[in-house]
Design a protein around this ligand. Sequence first.
Ligand SMILES: Cc1cc2nc3c(=O)[nH]c(=O)nc-3n(C[C@H](O)[C@H](O)[C@H](O)COP(=O)(O)O)c2cc1C
Length: 378
Amino acid sequence: MVWTRPETATSERRLPMKDATEQLPDEGLAQAWARTRLNELWARGRAFLGTEVAVLGGAMSWISERHLVAALSQAGGFGVLAAGSMPPALLDAEIKATRALLEEGGGQKPFGVNLITMHPELDTLIDVCLANQVSHVVLAGGLPSAAAIRRVKEGGARCVCFAPALALARKLVRSGADALVIEGTEAGGHIGPVSTTVLAQEILPEVHDVPVFVAGGIGRGESIVSFLEMGAAGVQLGTRFVCATECIAHPNFKKVFLRASARDAQPTPQVDPRFPVIPVRALVNKGTQAFVEMQRQVVNRFQAGEIDQKTGQLEIEHFWAGALRRAVIEGDIETGSLMAGQSVGLVTREQPVADIIEELCEQAVNTLARRVPPPLSF
Ligand SMILES: Cc1cc2nc3c(=O)[nH]c(=O)nc-3n(C[C@H](O)[C@H](O)[C@H](O)COP(=O)(O)O)c2cc1C
């Protein structure tokens, strides 16, 4: 059936333009209403994190260290230390240094620690967090065991886990996760196959027992509002914070981010399904091409009977070892790994973290303010 405008919408019933303008609510009032509405929308996330805004700074290996994390928490968000590449003693020092920076900045604000579940010293790293009274521990990089979740909780911290599908979200909640992050394939770094919008539709309407934070491809406040309205408690952003002034990423890494567009951030190419590749979203560079060439050679040598599958697979897995550090710390943007999400196209300048958060909130508030209807007057 074709929808047609109802006959009742006659010119008599329409307001003359001038009157309609006079009826519009005061802009300041609309903004005030929108701010209150935003606070309502992410109240659960703010309460869970203990922050002014329910924005988690996604942990990024090598760069989510004391400076970026303290800046995020100082600005009202929630910084998360990336401990994936840290031995326990280094994590202990980094937690203490983050606290010291926050103290210098005017007092304690909450922040968390992200641990990779397959780290050989996971239990010791959890204990370091607990000994330092870290309030939130994020278990990333694979499904955490119920024992790891229990260890975090029994030590008095809140446990945040990544849920890549609805069934796993339910399982994690049953195992005791206090909150979930759902991260779509648009994200930077290690990725799953499903988009953020589809994951959000699959999980947000179904999971209510714990707060759920949405990640992957979020670069503006408009999109934050849309996920909050779908039921998210808050959001997690990584790519958007790489070019923060406080981020220690090498200037070359930041420069390549500022030039890149969404389509430059691609998942790692896989040449042959017999040699699976762990997908990572990163900007394409010479290293990406060399990786494809290297995989071809492995496949050829395998087919010629020169190497077995296991040897070839190991060669492929070792290719990127140390490559993120080489790019993000040493500035080798040719052969290093330029991990970036598709929202890289929305990163247009280097800015302090506080400005980025303010910009995101302003965009969210303006989006909501535009929804305030003019009062009905007939
Ligand atoms: C350079 C880079 C490094 C990352 N390293 C990690 C990591 O060590 N551990 C982790 O759980 N996620 C890591 N991530 C993912 C982020 O924590 C975050 O979830 C993701 O960036 C959110 O999506 P977005 O990039 O679209 O904002 C990384 C992302 C980037 C861009």
